[in-house]
Design a protein around this ligand. Structure first.
Ligand SMILES: O=c1ccn([C@@H]2O[C@H](COP(=O)(O)OP(=O)(O)O[C@H]3O[C@H](CO)[C@@H](O)[C@H](O)[C@H]3O)[C@@H](O)[C@H]2O)c(=O)[nH]1
Ligand SMILES: [Mn+2]
Length: 740
């Protein structure tokens, strides 16, 4: 009896408890419905093309031919966009991790694999050092053996203020980390913790005061633009800050590497290392990808952890257990062999109630990754992503050796991180010239050649045979900042789209290279983003053409009584309806969806349009572009308006001109249509489709009318832009009067 029991226990021990599971993200019925709907929708699109071809072949006049061509081309782009969205609905996956079961593998601290965290920052004024410090503290306080954890901060802004903030942070961490552990704090970003925990006790009061004092010192230094002598403590700190000589500028300075906290000296603290790679005017620094590659090498020399977490400076940890979730995959030999990265969704804090600029990017950061996870895995989203270091050195079965043996992913570091030898080598690998004649950026590390280094790198890793995993636990793992004014929001997407165009027209285009290396469905998923830039065309056509025709009483869509009208209605309602249902099922309010669909058109008429222009100019050699960092600070007035969900225009940017012109033309078109229908009732059947389109755009443009005519605050549309758009609308109307 006893024997049998022991035997059973032994058998149970031999079968390890699962570390993770996967299941379909949506019910089988929902997937089946999606497929049937997709089949119907595809048939409807084909029928529409038949209709278009017929009108192209037998045009009534030159004008109707011209109109048909524009509508046909627009619908081709929209149909392609629809088609590439479908792949993400085919096999959406939901994953679960069981970190509790890790105990079987991790009996003591030394069993844990080491983890290197990379945090990138680039500008102390757009990315306040205190926020970066909060991000760093939130990960330094991970529930993870401190001896196995190192946090590297890359400062592309080359700012003494950021270094000073981190000197302060290292000191504060000595109190903060034990405080979190003693009290089982879950919110380990101090700022978020103090904001949400109002009740106080003496211990909390004490630490809050320390935090406030640190914050004051850092913010004072920032306001003065320099670090006062009185705040510098000891020779080591002085020597670090002394590197900022007269000739030091953010674009021209030697490499600076400072170890601010060392786990071998203080067993309760992880390593904290400040890195500002060398910069000079003669060498290209490849923006964030360059910074990450410098960190890959510096960290290889110092700690060489097999697992790496990349974070933007604003992406703080909201869950100290996150590394354990990741280990559920990295420690499972069945998935680990070809696993490159585990991506968490990008989530944002401080969004307005209905997210007016749709900064949440539900589709990009949630729906699409879930869909891609059923294939080879999600795209890399730039932040909140854990990598296997090995995957930066060639495919799973084709190793690319780095030029120095110390950078080899299996190299074991035995020298203390503060030794001269290590620091000197770290400075060499953080130098400008280091990458010349090496494979960094092409075969090794993060890839160069696109402003969306995340998308490009993830895609190329997958094409080498790696796969990725999307991890979306119930408790949000990371929170970041979203742009809080319209110009920042559209400029950010413009930068992305330029980066995507760089990929589209490179030799690695998903359309050609991708289909061969990652298969049709995966490359279609990647094409979803590539098609963004082309959307400016159909959206411009639908924002102007039906309305200009309407002003002139010309019908361009089928009459309501015509059977073809049903087809149009099905295609429009179907696309918008499915989008709406997916949003509502995800638990979002209707208003949030409304804002999301509005921004889709706004981005098309601003970001996508201007990105296409800038990319063409660059290709012709007329101008260049760079990585314009999104500001993570907002003024008080602005933030109040954001809370009230008022669109923030304020600046006179050409980006606003097309949307303001569309708003004007649609209002005039809708008004003109109403008058025509009122004058002769019979025409409503012919103009109905155009009235619906114009009415829909007018409803969408409400914030623009407000900003043009009714608002007095600093966020209104500058009169210059309003008048320019009136003028352009007049020009368009005159042209239309001539055309129709
Ligand atoms: O030369 C540079 C430029 C930027 N950054 C850092 O890159 C990060 C992202 O910059 P941000 O201005 O916030 O850009 P976003 O458009 O918000 O970033 C999204 O898009 C980027 C790709 O375009 C990804 O790298 C990001 O992870 C992703 O969140 C920030 O931490 C910056 O400090 C650098 O380190 N060096
Ligand atoms: Mn950002």
């Amino acid at each position: 009896m006893m024997e049998e029991h022991t035997a059973r226990a032994a058998a149970a021990a031999a079968v390890p408890l699962p570390l993770h599971s996967e299941s379909p993200h949506i019910s089988r019925h929902a997937t089946a419905f999606n497929r049937v709907f997709a089949a119907f929708y595809a048939a409807a699109i084909l029928t529409l093309f038949f209709y278009h071809l017929a009108s192209l072949l037998y045009p009534a006049s030159f004008t109707s031919f011209f109109v048909s061509v524009l509508l046909f081309l627009s619908d081709v782009v929209l149909a392609l966009f629809w088609a590439v969205t479908q792949t993400n609905r085919m096999i959406p996956l939901r994953r679960r991790e069981f970190p509790g079961n890790l105990e079987q593998l991790l009996k003591q601290d030394s069993d844990f694999p080491a983890l290197d965290v990379f945090i990138c920052t680039a500008d102390p004024y757009k990315e306040p050092p205190m926020n970066v410090v909060n991000t760093a503290l939130s990960v330094m306080a991970y529930e993870y053996p401190t001896q196995k954890l190192s946090v590297y901060v890359s400062d592309d802004g080359g700012s003494a203020l950021t270094l000073f903030a981190f000197i302060e942070a290292a000191r504060f961490a000595g109190e903060w980390l034990p405080f979190c552990r003693r009290n089982g704090v879950v919110e380990r970003n101090p700022d978020a913790f103090f904001a949400s925990n109002k009740d106080s006790n003496s211990e909390k009061e004490k630490i809050k005061i320390m935090y406030e004092q640190m914050k004051m010192r850092v913010e004072n230094a920032l306001a003065k633009g320099k670090v006062e002598d009185e705040f510098i403590d000891g020779e080591e700190e002085r020597m670090g800050l002394d590197k900022w000589t007269k000739s030091f500028t953010p674009r021209n300075h030697p490499p600076i590497i400072q170890v601010l906290s060392e786990s071998s000296k203080n067993k309760d603290m992880p390593n904290l290392i400040y890195v500002s790679r060398e910069k000079n005017a003669a060498s290209h620094h490849h923006f964030k990808a360059g910074a990450l590659n410098a960190l890959l090498r510096v960290s290889a020399v110092m700690t060489n952890a097999p697992i790496i977490l990349t974070l933007d400076c604003d992406t703080y940890s909201n869950d100290p257990q996150t590394p354990s979730r990741v280990l559920c995959y990295f420690l499972d030999p069945k998935v680990a062999t070809n696993l490159s990265y585990i991506q968490f969704p990008q989530r944002f804090h401080g969004l307005s109630k209905n997210d007016i600029y749709a900064s949440e990017y539900k589709r990009l950061y949630l729906f699409n990754p879930v869909g891609m996870d059923g294939l080879l895995g999600p795209a890399y989203l730039g932040t909140g992503c854990f990598f296997a270091r090995r995957s930066f050195f060639g495919g799973p079965s084709s190793f690319e050796a780095p030029e120095l043996s110390n950078l080899h992913p299996n190299h074991v570091v035995e020298t203390p991180i503060k030794s001269r030898e290590v620091l000197d080598l770290a400075c060499v690998v953080a130098g400008c010239e280091y990458e010349t004649h090496t494979k960094w950026g092409s075969k090794l590390g993060f890839r160069y050649g696109s402003l969306v280094e995340d998308y490009f790198t993830g895609y190329l890793l997958q094409s080498e045979g790696w796969r990725s995993i999307f991890c979306n636990p119930d408790r949000v793992a990371f929170y970041g900042d979203a742009p809080m004014n319209l110009l920042d929001a559209v400029n950010q997407v413009k930068r992305w789209v330029i980066g995507l165009l760089e990929v589209t027209f490179s030799k690695y285009s998903p359309v050609t290279f991708g289909v061969r290396s990652i298969g049709l469905l995966m490359s279609l998923s990647y094409c979803h983003n590539l098609l963004w830039s082309f959307l400016f065309f159909p959206v411009s056509v639908y924002a102007f053409l039906p309305q200009l025709a309407l002003i002139n009483g010309v019908s361009i869509f089928p009459k309501v009584s015509n059977p073809w009208f049903v087809l149009y209605a099905f295609l429009c309602l179907g696309a918008y309806g499915q989008d709406l249902v997916e949003f509502l099922l995800d638990g979002n309010a209707l208003k949030k969806w409304w804002n999301d669909q509005r921004i889709w058109s706004i981005r098309s008429l601003s970001s996508y349009l201007f990105a296409s222009i800038e990319f063409s100019l660059k290709s012709l050699g007329v101008s260049g572009f760079g990585f314009n960092v999104t500001s993570k600070v907002v003024g008080q007035e602005q933030s109040k308006r954001y809370e009230q969900e008022l669109f923030e225009f304020g600046a006179s940017s050409p980006m606003f001109v097309p949307m303001a012109t569309a708003a004007t033309v649609n209002l005039v078109g809708f008004g003109g249509g109403v008058i025509r229908i009122w004058r002769s009732r019979g025409v409503w059947e012919e103009l109905f489709g155009q009235m619906v389109v114009a009415g829909f755009v007018v409803a969408n443009c409400w914030p623009l009318y407000e900003a043009m005519a009714f608002r007095k605050d600093g966020g209104k549309l500058p009169p210059k832009i309003t008048f320019l758009s009136f003028f352009l609308a007049l020009l368009l109307c005159s042209f239309a009067a001539f055309l129709f």
